[in-house]
Design a protein around this ligand. Sequence first.
Ligand code: GLN
Length: 456
Amino acid sequence: TQAFLARAEAHAALGAFLHLDRDGALAAAQAADAARAAGQAGVLTGVPLAHKDIFVTADAPTTAGSKMLAGYQSPFDATVVARLKAAGTVSLGKLNCDEFAMGSANENSAYSPVQNPWDRTRVPGGSSGGSAAAVAARLVPAATGTDTGGSIRQPASFSGLTGIKPTYGVCSRYGMIAFASSLDQAGPMARSAEDCALLLSAMSGFDERDSTSAQRPPQDFHAQMLAPREGASAAKPLQGLRIGLPKEFFPAALAADVDGAVRAALAQLEALGATLVEVSLPRTELSIPVYYIIAPAEASSNLSRFDGVKFGHRAANYTDLLDMYKKTRAEGFGPEVKRRIMIGTYVLSHGYYDAYYLQAQKLRRMIADDFQRCFQQCDVIAGPVAPTVAWQIGAQGDDPLQAYLADIFTLPASLAGLPGMSVPAGFGAHGMPVGLQLIGNYFQEGTLLQAAHALQ
Ligand code: GLN
């Protein structure tokens, strides 16, 4: 813990941490030492990590990357935080992210951008950009993230890490500041599939305080990852695994460096015993408009609670209640959050609901059905995580559409609620990391981790 704290302090310029809790971390590390001395240590006892600042924490402030929650102190821990604490992990503090997790580059944080440790002029990805930079720079061995439309997988890909977004419902959303509730999922970001498996086992499980929590017995993802496949050998651990390659995930417009790195990883999976089959996800492109209707619609509703009354920022001067609401929200939210609230209220409004929101919901169902057709031909779906490597900080200027379009390969699994993973697949242009995406059927995290582990 001391070594990681020292690194985090030395590399503060990366912008990864929004809050470093030196005293809290040292106290927790001492408690972990005592547990070990008493023979009560588990596999995660004393392991330092840090949490995306979208999880509320009782011993550190929570901002969700927004000025709206500057100085906000939660009275309780998110379930994911509480479970990792109970497993003996030591939290070093809270990690930078896009405001309310809306973004793909951490450039929408109200506090600071985050530098990619592989090239500090480039973004680490987002919205879990602080988590990605912190793990990539070895400021912590692992971090929590959240993924609504790719925010674990894409920053893991941009920063050379392994990250997994489990099936919707596997991790409790209690205490995770809501962006789009039907899509939000927590997950770990770490150096390897093995570390992710250990963390996910501790973070996940049924929680009666989240009505969408999956009612399943506790899972040992590490054991699932290591379970030998039928007919497998040491040289061919993935014997019999059918990997589907959706042709829509390899369009002509895919950057050649990303295409090359992903295909090299696929060849490696083949050498490990897997077979590759072509499949089709015909509505891949439609996942962009569908997501950018549904996510803002839910966000506009979720963010209505930030009104200056219950918590967070309140405007200093106002004439009446309505004026207080207006000034508070005008001051507290950044431009991307305001854009999404306006899109969301528009697509939900009378006269437009049927044309936009309802259509998007129907397409969402069709996208989920497309995946089920694919899973009749394969066990795992593979492709790129993102169409390019990490871009230069500021390169996208004021064009939000560019960032939205770059989410094309992560959005389909999010809309379907399927587990998805990013695994390092070598390097592309400018020496930047490229991620291979693996998508599984519902609750098939073990299979994803197994394939990723074999590659590592
Ligand atoms: N980039 C997507 C967005 O801006 C996804 C973000 C996320 O997964 N939290 O909404």
